[in-house]
Each structure stands twice: as C-alpha cells, then as structure tokens.
Ligand binder design. Structure first.
Ligand code: PBG
Length: 335
C-alpha cells in the first residue's frame, strides 16, 4: 500500500506538513539560519567632508573618513563579521595611482577603520584598480587599449603592500586577472606580510547586477569587462577559476554575484577545502529596494529569503548591504 495514497487506499502516513505546523516547529527544523557573525558589510568611503547618498542604492552612503567611524562602530555593536572597504577617490588616472598611494583614500580609510574597530571586526579591502582608473577598467591598458594582465599584476602587488601596510587583514582580489592570487601572495610573503590573508573573488561574472556599484564608486567605465570577468553562460569555468585560486594559495574563495549564480556556489562549496563566500551585489540590493518601494514585494521577507538562500546554496559568509538590517532584525524575538 502506498504511503502517499491518501484518499485512495488507506491512511496517509507521510505528512511533511507536520514539521511546518507551528512557528516553533519551523524554527526548530530550519536547516539554515542567519547569524550576524557570518555577514560582511561593504562600505564606500570618499574624499571630502560630506557623505553622499546613492540614488541607485537607497539607504546606502558614500561615507567620509569621518562618517565611516559611526558606521563601523554600529557594525561592531551589531556583531557583524567584518567590513569590506571600497575607496572613492576624487582624482583618477590611467594607472590608478591613488590605489598605491599610502595616503590614497582607501588606505587612509583602512587606517581609520582599523583604529576604530580593528579588534572587533575583520577589516577587509577591495583590491582592484577600477575605482582608481580614469578609464574604469580593473587593470592598466596596453598601447592598443586592452587590459594588460601581467602589467596589472605588478600594480596589484604594490596595491597589496599598501593595503597590508594600512592594516587590512584580508585582501579582496576582485580584478579577475590571471595569476593574481599567486602574484599578491608572493608580494605579501616577500615583504613581511605573511599573515595578511587573501579572499579570492574566484568565480566572478561579467554581470549587469554591478550597475549601481558604478555610481557608488564614481566609475566612468567605457565598454565592458568581458575579457576578464566570466561569461554568465559558464558554470564549469567557475570551478576552474576556483581551483586555480586554491592552487595559488587563496585563503577564502568567493562567488559573485550571488542570486543568479547559486549553482556555481553549490559547485564551489562541494569541492572547496577553504571557506566559501558569496557577494549579494549592488544590483541585487537595488532590485529588492525598488520592488519593495513600489509595494510589489515584502521587503523584510525578500531580504531574509535572498540571504538565507545564498547561505543554503553553500556560502559560509555573505557580503551584503543588508547586513546591519538583518542583524537588527535578528535581535527581535523570533516568535
Ligand atoms: C571591482 C568590484 C566590483 C564590485 C566589487 N568589486 C565592480 C565590478 O567588478 O564591476 C561590485 C560590487 C557590487 O556591485 O555591489 N572593484
């Protein structure tokens, strides 16, 4: 007799709904939970004295080195795992000089944040040139205007040293140059920074969902990043990039964006011996905010569902602009 034969040939014995019957039961059997310690907050820091709101990311600011203090103290009070800093320089040039200047905005912001909350949070920095170049690419260009992989690695090495010297504990290598993890690891190890860790944006796709980030860092990118970021059509390639980064010594690997790449995330989580993170990017944030502002979705439920799904697919930690809000909501009684 089939146990699923309810109404046909006898008693129904398998009832999955039993475990969904009450809030307390659902809470008890939940396979995935959100914890503030597993969330990282990305923060933008600009030069100048006034924080600036971002029209494409409602609720998110370009901070100043002054206003970021309160933001990181709040992040620490909420028990977040860390912050990922992005610099927004006033002046940009072809090689992204501001990235390696010890007094460049990102390095200055790093020192400020480390002094403020360095004991409570893991202070991380974006290691990529696009915020600092006038052409907006993640690397330097050759005479034909193409992104020059190996010349860019030299810039990344210098950038890594500047960030480590400023106190960054975890360098977020988001440029998608071949061999970038090995190059940065070597630069760190041969200059006394063997304890500075590398977060490799291993499977990073050429995504429309980075759209609002362009406003956030004042990027003037002409063209696209398709010669270095991955094609959204490719799943296998995400594993290949991850394996290369693992061989080169990545301490943590990441998949980005998150929601459209949960299959890649699950693949990476299945093979990775190191922590696997995912980045819920600016466009993912903006879509939820825009739909909620129109009354088309329930904002808080959409936030929790999206981040829970990213964790369920295999991310140990999620970078998300919603991190403070999730942490605050988790303080409320659950039932
Ligand atoms: C590269 C970088 C980007 C993001 C994080 N690091 C932009 C890009 O690769 O085009 C996007 C983050 C977001 O959209 O929230 N510096």
């Amino acid at each position: 007799m089939s146990s699923y034969g309810g109404g046909r040939d006898g008693a129904l014995t398998v009832r999955p709904r039993r475990l969904r019957a009450t809030p307390a039961m659902r809470r008890l059997v939940a396979e995935t939970r959100l914890n503030p310690a597993e969330l990282v907050l990305p923060l933008f820091v600009r030069e100048g004295n006034e924080p600036r709101p971002l029209s494409s990311m409602p609720g998110i600011l370009q901070h100043t080195t002054e206003s970021v203090r309160a933001a990181v103290n709040e992040a620490a009070d909420l028990g977040l795992g860390g912050v990922m800093l992005f610099g927004v320089p006033d002046a940009k040039d072809a090689i992204g000089s501001g990235a390696t200047d010890p007094d460049g905005i990102l390095n200055e912001a790093t020192r400020v944040v480390v002094a403020e909350v360095g004991d409570a949070l893991v202070v991380q920095t974006d290691l990529c040139l696009d915020e600092f170049t006038d052409h907006g690419h993640c690397g330097v260009l050759d005479s034909e205007g193409r992104v020059d992989n190996d010349a860019t690695l030299l810039r990344y090495r210098d950038m890594a040293l500047a960030q480590a010297a400023a106190g960054s504990e975890l360098l977020g290598l988001s440029g998608m140059m071949d061999d970038q993890v090995a190059a940065v690891r070597d630069a760190l190890d041969t200059n006394g920074f063997e304890n500075t860790a590398v977060l490799a944006y291993s499977a990073k796709y050429a995504s429309a969902f980075y759209g609002p980030f362009r406003e956030a860092v004042g990027s003037t990118l002409q063209g696209d990043r398709k010669t270095y970021q991955q094609d959204p059509a490719n799943r296998r390639e995400g594993l290949r990039e991850t394996m290369l980064d693992l061989e080169q010594g990545a301490d943590i690997v990441m998949v980005k964006p998150a929601m459209s790449y949960l299959d890649v995330l699950a693949d990476v989580a299945a093979i990775s011996p190191v922590p696997v993170w995912a980045y819920q990017v600016s466009g993912e944030y903006a879509m939820i905010e825009a739909a909620a502002a129109n009354g088309w979705i329930d904002r808080e439920r959409a936030i929790f569902e999206s981040v829970t799904s990213i964790r369920r697919a295999g991310a140990d930690v999620v970078l998300t602009y919603f991190a403070p809000e999730i942490a605050r909501a988790l303080r409320e009684p659950l039932l």
